[in-house]
Write a protein that binds this ligand. Sequence first.
Ligand SMILES: C[S@@+](CC[C@H](N)C(=O)[O-])C[C@H]1O[C@@H](n2cnc3c(N)ncnc32)[C@H](O)[C@@H]1O
Length: 251
Amino acid sequence: MTDITWNTLVTLWDRQQSAYIASREARFDALMDILALQFDDAFSLLELGCGPGSLTRRILQRFPAVHVTAVDVDPVMLAIARETLLPFGDRVRILSADLATPDWQQKMVGARPEAIVSSTALHWLMPDRQHALHGEIHRMLADNGVFLNADHQRFNPADLHKKAISERHDAQTQQRAWAHGAVGWEAWFTLAKEIEDIARLIPAREAVFAGRPVPPPTTVAFQLASLSQAGFSETGTLWQLMDDYLIAGWK
Ligand SMILES: C[S@@+](CC[C@H](N)C(=O)[O-])C[C@H]1O[C@@H](n2cnc3c(N)ncnc32)[C@H](O)[C@@H]1O
């Protein structure tokens, strides 16, 4: 028997992610403020790389008229999102899709989303695949649509001061989080496996990620140029703290 529940895991996930991303909540708030400022309270939304549903939940709570489609490739994350977002009923649809290939688009049915969002996920893709995905997102968005991506963007080695200060800031943020009882990535997965239904999914999770290349870090300049090249008419940074960014592309 374990004391760990699905909802506890989500709480611990949020604390773990906040150890790696200082001001993660402020970044979520900025993303949702932009959605509210652009669309008021009704719009259709697709989330890429939803994990256990942290951003999904915040969007469903803040915008009661909104329906969300959220995709991820990790069977463990999908199971946690499905289980813990059950109270939102048919306002949320959680789908398994691998963004590393263009095939993910075939799973998307229905009206084109007005907003496509993502947090701390797309840096897991190789840069050429990120660029191709930007094109796919651009084509999929409704005509008044916006793409909002909250993610790490790395500094060039030549940006000595920005890189060093940002790395020190990351280290400090983590030290504080561990001192206040947050658990790291590996320890979180160890706890997750205490839930039998999750432990059963671990071999499938390992198979999904086996042999994937580790993407090199990319800069915000790369991201914004890629979005422009992919067809976005306006792009920019709307929030930044050190190497954590919220970038946007308007169709
Ligand atoms: C660090 S987690 C972030 C999860 C969530 N968005 C959040 O902010 O808490 C990164 C997520 O990206 C997902 N991911 C990585 N590669 C992916 C791919 N090729 N297709 C779909 N999802 C992917 C992972 O499974 C994981 O859930």
